[in-house]
Design a protein around this ligand. Structure first.
Ligand code: COA
Length: 388
């Protein structure tokens, strides 16, 4: 029985900066950001959005019809809003989901959503009449004037995992690798991540190599079994480095095809930036919505990486009629309708994003048109609003 991704959706807030503007403001050659890093734009997260609201905005359209069947809600995040209460409980309440459910949060840097969908896979395999909602939602913050600033961003990807999925089914066994690595971390007293970026790049490729080699051995596979590879994309160039590390295994024709599919898988990410645990799934959605060459039965390889560090490689197969569920018009219009802001406006918003450390504060939600917003923090409790 196939189990996999039945529906997938994405949300990012309605403001962005251009990487050209950021490079000029930071006295860098724009080509460093546009080509060297591979990013064009970066979503800016207002104080009225957080991991919970972005997840609710992404999940709302796909969870509506499945409310009664979802009894597992898994929230992957590394920018959660509470050190104790899980963001999944807020999400369950905002979406008015079934309360006879398991709802909890998972953290392992950018790997959380992958842990979530793999757990959901096992649950649905045992209970084929049930569905799981899995989200990856994050605000990627490194700090103004830091090397990581060009790799910020934010947003959420939501997925329904079911039996007989419309889009993609898991295939074969995953391979995974974990090790204590100090490449990226965020101490409890900080809203910005600390990162040893060049070290992290090397570990990423090393973990990809380890999990890919093990995957091939365990599943008796070769690179020619794959139509495309999608990667966790903290920034687009990172995925290019991953892909390059295996390309020599393919013949010339396959190399050209894999590079061209990769180009489709980066279209959304280069406009949004990093969304940590959702980034791999945004790239998958970008491939599904933009590639013209995918066919049902094609196998896609997915590499998930969470600093600290955990890597996993797994495969999914495109299901019959998957192309009928293409939601590119909706996503393109969400991205197109975002407002470009100046670097000084972005800096003001960045510095005011202290909502995780305020006890009492009211936010002006008038310029945020999303369905779900954070309106207030009162007595250390977060007050969310739904607008119809
Ligand atoms: N034109 C084109 N390319 C240029 C350029 C120019 N004018 N100037 C520099 N570049 C290239 C560099 O050659 C380099 O390419 P390479 O990686 O293929 O060698 C790339 O741009 C980046 O330059 P670099 O000097 O390495 O940038 P940096 O020291 O400022 O740091 C990161 C870049 C990615 C390490 C940094 O942004 C970072 O740490 N980001 C966070 C990453 C992260 O979150 N990792 C953990 C999760 S996976």
């Amino acid at each position: 029985m196939p189990v996999g991704i039945d529906k997938i959706n994405f949300f990012t807030p309605n403001m962005y900066i251009s990487m050209n503007d950021l490079a000029l403001a930071r006295h860098e050659d724009p080509n460093k950001y546009l080509i060297g890093i591979g990013q064009k734009e970066q979503s800016v997260i207002p104080v009225t959005q957080d991991a919970v609201t972005m997840a609710a905005n992404a999940a709302y359209p796909i969870a509506l019809d499945d409310k009664d069947n979802i009894d597992l809600i898994i929230f992957g995040t590394e920018s959660g809003v509470d050190n104790s209460k899980s963001a999944a409980i807020y999400l369950q309440n905002l979406l008015k989901l079934n309360s006879n459910a398991r709802a909890f949060e998972i953290k392992q840097a950018c790997y959380g959503a992958t842990a979530g969908i793999q757990m959901a896979r096992e649950y649905v395999t045992l209970h084929p009449d049930k569905k799981a909602l899995v989200v990856g939602s994050d605000v990627a913050r490194y700090g103004l004037n830091t090397p990581g600033e060009v790799t910020q961003g934010g947003g959420a990807v939501a997925m329904i995992i079911s039996s007989h999925p419309k889009l993609l089914a898991f295939e074969g066994d995953s391979s995974f690798h974990s090790e204590d690595i100090m490449d990226f971390w965020r101490p409890l007293n900080k809203t910005e991540a600390l990162v040893d970026g060049h070290y992290s790049n090397n570990i990423y490729v090393d973990f990809f190599q380890k999990t890919w080699q093990n995957y091939k051995l365990n599943n008796n596979a070769t690179i020619s079994d794959f139509k495309a590879f999608v990667f966790h994309l903290p920034y687009v160039k990172m995925g290019i480095k991953g892909l390059r590390s295996i390309l020599q295994e393919a013949d010339d024709k396959l190399q050209t095809n894999l590079k061209s599919e990769f180009d489709f898988s980066k279209i959304y990410n280069e406009q949004v930036g990093n969304l940590y645990t959702g980034s791999l799934y945004l790239s998958l959605l970008s491939l599904l919505n933009n590639s013209k060459k995918l066919n049902s039965g094609d196998r896609i390889g997915l590499f998930s990486y969470g600093s600290g560090a955990q890597g996993e490689f797994f495969a999914m197969t495109l299901q019959p009629n998957f192309s009928k569920y293409n939601n590119s018009d909706l996503l393109n219009s969400m991205l197109k309708n975002r407002k470009q802001i100046s670097i000084s406006q972005y800096e003001g918003i960045f510095n005011s994003w202290t909502n995780s450390i305020n006890d009492n504060v009211q936010f002006d939600v008038s310029s945020d048109h999303a369905r779900f917003v954070l309106s207030e923090i009162k007595n250390n409790q977060r007050i969310y609003l739904e607008r119809g």
